[in-house]
Ligand binder design. Sequence first.
Ligand code: FNR
Length: 371
Amino acid sequence: MTSRLFQPLTLPAADGVGLRLRNRAFVAPMCQYSVDAEDGVPTDWHLVHLGSFATGGFGLVVTEATAVEARGRISPRDVGLHDDAQQAAHARIVEFVHSQGAAAGVQLAHAGGKASTYPSLPGMPVATVPVAERGWSTVSAADGPVLPPLDPATALDEPGITAVVEAFADSARRADEAGYDVVQIHAAHGYLLHQFLSPLTNTRTDGYGGDERGRTRLVHEVVAAVRKVWPAHKPLGIRISGTDWVPGGWDVAASARLVRALADEHGVSWVDVSSGGLGHGATIPVGPGYQVPLAAHLTDALTGTDVVVSAVGLIDHATQAETILATGQAHAVSVGRAALRNPHWATQAAADLGVPAADRPYAPQYWRAGW
Ligand code: FNR
């Protein structure tokens, strides 16, 4: 039996060729809150962290949420990609990831009203970091706290929106120069773009709010601006929350309409389907593969497009991933915490799924591991 997970996959691109990945196991973006990260510059930690996933056999390694401007960081030690020092540090990581046969993706992000928070580390409060402690004031779709108890954000005005769009495009240009193969625009988990998408947080009455067309306008503008600077031979992806898990919130039908429009109008060719992030009493059925039905809905709804759909969320085991792909629920899987526990998750999965030894992805230095 041939493993689906270890069948190569092409992420389509506007040049008609696209990016060939050695397999369908992706690393999900994961903030490191690394204490050594100053001014958004990735460090040796990020090199070893991301590099180990490349030596560990993954087809695509995606960075943590990487801020397009300093106030877009979730927390003060997040990395960014809006200046030369950051770009140079990213380039070093990309070079190593490539040397191990993996592709490198960058998740471009703006945290909006969920910026300037304490890192998600043991003992840290869920709260906004005060300006006196190197925090900063935040922006969002509307005035007020995006998620209590965070401090109130200020609604972006139109020049502010234009600046955000330009920041995404500028970071995408830098991502290309740093050598990244794929950009993933972060429109999930209650961060800025999701704050605009969701009726829970977007109460604007101008052209960036109101109906679905208004609420999706910023995402369209960001994607269009990134597309202009992102080379035609490189795929462009997006991460969405497939649902807010709240009645009257953003939902999977709206997600499918959005991704189809982004594919048709701007050539978006990859969607990673996560969920939640805006609170509002969401009831989330957390359990193994709990977001896979959302990916399956999108896979189905996007039939006839060339969009690659990846599923994510408690996909911990090789056979589980294989089943998701074999049953057509998604084209790829993104693995988060299981990859932290075992950076060689993908190599181990290849062994578990019976991929012939010669075809298993691993670094030659590790041949004695018995893979
Ligand atoms: C995350 N997650 C996340 N998501 C995202 O879009 N950008 C990010 O920077 C982060 N940061 C982050 C840090 C850490 C430590 C964890 C554990 C998670 C969410 C992550 O990408 C993934 O969607 C979830 O962890 C669910 O997948 P797993 O971990 O169950 O495979």
